[in-house]
Design a protein around this ligand. Structure first.
Ligand SMILES: [Zn+2]
Length: 52
């Protein structure tokens, strides 16, 4: 029951835009100083990419 409640609260947070992002991939492009980090929300699975 507690786990289910946690999932429900997590979904509310995701709806509000507070995702639980975790770095799943980080690529550095050689020849350029910038790379791309890929984040994924551990709750809803949303993938987000951001230059480092
Ligand atoms: Zn999320």
């Amino acid at each position: 029951m507690l786990g289910r409640l946690t999932i429900l609260i997590g979904r509310v947070f995701c709806r509000l835009g507070f995702h639980n992002f975790k770095v799943i991939d980080s690529t550095l492009s050689f020849g350029s100083a910038r790379g791309i980090s890929t984040f994924q929300c551990q709750r809803c699975g949303l993938v987000y990419r951001r230059p480092i």
